[in-house]
Ligand binder design. Structure first.
Ligand code: AMP
Length: 417
């Protein structure tokens, strides 16, 4: 162990060190080690880091040390989704414990009243989604005059979601003397340009090389016919080590349908997507994180910022069309160094998407078959729970899926034979 890699050596205040200790964090993550001293020195930071790397601590801990109580809004974190903004606000609350600093989240879908109180009442730290925050700016509720730190979190996703005009507006209204941090899981040209535009002499830090996913995640691809996917999932869920499972579907209707199917199959399950009311989403997340349901079915909208400890498996029930979504989805498991599993269901029609993901990752994902599960037709036989994953045989003829070429698999998986 590197003896010098301690929170004490990063220059944080005693109060922040106490908060870190209360969180149970003993060693700073790589992005924290790199970013915290730079921010404390007054530098701008551009961080290439996905969720799960400790990036929130990396930007929030030093920001909190730069803030003075009673001087109005000084730290603003813009985040692409409500869930992420709420998570960042929660983290800011925990990490500011012991101080009189006030933290609020400003997100859409909830009442304006308490948000106006927080903004006009001079809360020092705000985590917000750009849409709602801009509403408040236009209504004259926001004073950015004392802003010290602006954080653009998950900048790639904010641009994807079309938030550029709102971000520009915040930039125009905030003091030039501010410090700016931009974090992004990926650095495509648009984000790179934004980073250069919003920061000055920034220190660039990278949590892991672009293109790789979080370490310690076992990734597997299950080749399956579309009509067999639900059955395969139920089968996998019967295994003893599938403790807390996050399942992604492509559509909201797909998420609802799968939830009903699993519910009928006796699995404790809830669902989270943007058509559900805020309180239902909050409740679903709560039930999932406290373990009162074992499975959460979600669409991509829900995945950003979802920070639940102990997710044993992420299932891409539908292959993500955008390879970036693959990286983000599987970042929900294997959090903070814990072991995790990511499983992707691939049908014949999905092979192109799978290829794109593999090109993006720069490596081939392992295909597996399940002993006793009939991929080729008819219905699955045998009881769930006892089936073992095999990488050496069974499932399809005498060869495992990983030994077949994609073309052979496609031929096998075509419905109707
Ligand atoms: P983030 O990448 O900010 O979403 O953080 C991912 C998870 O790692 C969160 O659950 C944090 O509470 C946790 N975490 C952040 N920093 C540390 C650390 N230094 N040691 C242990 N856990 C951490």
């Amino acid at each position: 162990m590197d003896e010098s890699n301690t929170f004490e050596s990063l220059g944080l205040s005693e109060m922040r060190l106490a908060a870190v200790e209360a969180e149970g964090w003993t060693i700073p993550t790589p992005i924290q080690t790199k970013a915290i001293p730079s921010v404390l020195e007054g530098k701008d930071v551009v961080g290439i880091a996905q969720t799960g790397t400790g990036k929130t601590g990396a930007f929030m801990l030093p920001s909190l040390d730069l803030v003075e109580a009673g001087k109005g809004l000084q730290v603003l974190a813009l985040c692409p989704t409500r869930e992420l903004a709420q998570q960042v606000a929660e983290d800011a609350k925990s990490l500011s414990r012991g101080s009189s600093l006030r933290v609020a989240d400003i997100v859409g879908g909830v009442n304006y009243g308490p948000q106006i109180d927080a903004l006009t009442g001079g809360y020092e730290i705000i985590a917000a989604t750009p849409g709602r925050f801009n509403d408040h700016m236009e209504r004259g509720n926001v004073d950015l005059g004392n802003l010290k730190v602006l954080i653009l979190d998950e900048a790639d996703r904010m641009l994807d979601m079309g938030f550029r005009p709102q971000i520009e507006d915040v930039l125009r209204r905030s003091p030039r003397s501010r410090q700016t941090m931009l974090f992004s899981a990926t650095m495509p040209n648009g984000v790179h340009a934004l980073a250069l535009q919003v920061t000055r002499d920034a220190v660039w830090v990278e949590a892991s090389p672009e293109g790789t996913t979080a370490e310690g995640i076992d990734e597997l691809v299950y080749m399956v016919k579309p009509e067999k996917k639900a059955e395969l999932l139920l089968d996998l869920l019967a295994r003893p080590d599938w403790d807390q499972v996050l399942v992604f579907t492509r559509t909201k209707a797909g998420a609802d349908g799968l939830r009903s199917y699993l519910d009928r199959g006796g699995v404790g399950v809830d669902v989270m997507h943007s058509d559900r009311r805020m309180e239902h989403r909050v409740r679903a997340l709560d039930r999932f994180s406290t373990g009162s349901v074992r499975v959460l079915v979600a669409t991509d909208v829900a995945q950003r910022g979802l920070d639940v400890e102990g997710i044993s498996h992420v299932v891409n029930y539908d292959v993500p069309i955008d390879p970036e979504d693959y990286v983000h989805r599987i970042g929900r498991t294997g959090r903070a160094g814990a072991a995790g599993n990511a499983v992707t269901f691939v049908t014949a029609g999905d092979l192109g998407f799978l290829k794109s993901i593999e090109i993006r990752l720069g490596r081939k994902l392992e295909r597996v078959s399940v002993e006793g599960f009939d991929y080729t037709g008819a219905s699955a036989s045998g009881s769930g729970g006892k089936r073992k994953r095999t990488r050496t045989g069974g499932g399809i003829g005498t060869r495992s899926a990983s030994e077949l070429s994609d073309e052979e698999l496609a031929a096998l998986l075509k419905f109707g034979g």
